[in-house]
Design a binder for this molecule. Structure first.
Ligand SMILES: Cc1ncc(COP(=O)(O)O)c(C=O)c1O
Length: 412
């Protein structure tokens, strides 16, 4: 049954789109299991960047020549593609950033300036990536606001029933991850936005670990803000998206000043563009955004439910086999989970495990996963994480389990 379903998801064909995966490292076939940190880029993405630089590079929105016009048209076309990809209602709601982190900083700063006062409260969850904690802390310090934390259970379930108690008349925003980068939990975002909106509170969703695994419809989720990064979805690094409902964006001040975001500049005072340009100061990552369009197109060829099914099968198979290893502890075991396994093995330091796995050709992540509160929850110094993408195979799981077993044996 497993094999049959896997065959309908043609990984052999998919891997041809990622030639980097075919190489050997330390004379061993590469097994790339670190896509949650950064996925590999499709050949179409790489070729698009090259084509742009070889054929029609020019600065956007300001040129009166062929190169600038063509670059501008392609750049703006990507806004429309992203709008369709996440089912936003208007292209003005799509803001290009340099990544999820910048998107969150933008909202924290700009929303904070407009709507947060001393004594107000922001709710974030215990399972957030540092990028969805620190910008809120910085804003809270500036405005005299307070951060409240929604905890999770040991198995990785967000305790959403506690929202009722956490929400108060002073709550100004809830910021929550769609999918945890450490636990893999897929959070019930739609239920969270429904609850928040009953109280008139907007929700910012960190989709950095979601958009490449799940079909995302920001209108269906009813997210007020939604951020993600291109480099985790087979696209270039240095590009990201902030989606924001126009009603909020219109009322938020610019995040940075500079070129492009202005209406008219006078020494006596400056007027600003409307959204999205109000939030896109300076020359953006032109080649990155245009190449990102190829990544969006690449993902759109799949039914995202098939992607989720494929990665879930890898997850289930790998988890089952890992659980047979004595001393194995997996953090995050919810049924609603994406293709991420964070773990430790009793008696082996995660850094040693990561380094030794690397020598077998397996690229895993070891460390604190940019999620100190999650490490603190389990009172562990660090952990190892593997993560799956469209190009991973059951054969790679075999090689990973074999490598892991051999490495662990060295420490016993
Ligand atoms: C859940 C989550 N949020 C935010 C980020 C930050 O993304 P970036 O570094 O691309 O801005 C990451 C990156 O790992 C992440 O996993």
């Amino acid at each position: 049954m497993l094999k049959e379903t896997m065959m309908t998801f043609d990984t052999a064909r998919i891997r041809k789109d990622f030639p980097i995966l075919e190489q050997q490292v330390y004379n061993k076939p590469l097994v790339y299991l670190d896509s949650a940190a950064s996925s590999q880029k499709t050949l179409t993405v790489l070729k698009k960047e090259e084509q742009l630089h070889l054929e029609y590079y020019g600065n956007i929105h300001r040129g009166a020549h062929y190169m600038a016009d063509k670059a501008t048209a392609d750049f703006e076309a990507v806004r429309d593609e992203v709008k369709a990809f996440i089912h936003a209602s208007r292209r003005e709601e799509i803001i290009f950033t340099k990544g999820a982190t910048e998107g969150i900083n933008l909202v924290a700063f700009s929303f904070g300036e407009a709507f947060v006062r001393a004594g107000d409260e922001i709710i974030i969850s215990e399972m957030e990536h540092h990028s969805n904690i620190v910008p809120w802390q910085m804003m809270a310090a500036r405005k005299g606001a307070v951060i409240k934390v929604l905890p999770f259970d040991d198995d990785g379930r967000l305790q959403t029933e506690k929202l009722d108690k956490l929400i108060s008349g002073n709550t100004r925003l809830i910021a929550v991850t769609h999918v945890s980068n450490t636990l893999g939990t897929i959070n019930p975002v739609k239920a969270i936005t429904a609850k928040a909106h009953q109280h008139g509170i907007p929700v910012m969703v960190d989709g950095a670990q979601a958009v490449m695994h799940l079909a995302v419809d920001v209108q269906d989720l009813d997210a007020d803000f939604y951020v993600f990064s291109a480099h985790k979805m087979y696209g270039p690094n240095g590009v990201g998206i902030l989606y924001g409902k126009e009603g909020w964006l219109e009322r938020m001040p610019p995040y940075q000043g500079g070129g492009e975001m202005i209406g008219e500049v006078k020494f006596e005072g400056t007027t600003y563009q409307t959204t999205p340009y109000k939030f896109e100061a300076g020359t953006p990552n032109i080649n990155g955004v245009i190449a990102f369009g190829e990544a969006v197109r690449y993902l759109q060829q799949f039914n995202m439910d098939d992607v989720h099914r494929h990665e879930s099968e890898l997850l289930a198979c790998c988890t089952r086999r890992m659980m047979n290893i004595p001393g194995m502890r997996i953090y995050g075991t919810r049924p609603e989970k994406s293709g991420v396994i964070t773990f430790n093995v009793e008696g082996v330091h995660p850094y040693d495990l990561g380094v030794m796995l690397d020598k077998t050709g397996v690229a895993a992540r070891s460390g604190r996963m940019c999620a100190d509160p999650v490490m603190d929850h389990y009172q562990i110094p660090a952990a190892v994480r593997i993560s799956f993408a469209v190009y991973n195979t059951l054969d790679e799981i075999d090689r990973f389990i074999e490598a892991l077993t051999r490495v662990i044996a060295l420490f016993k």
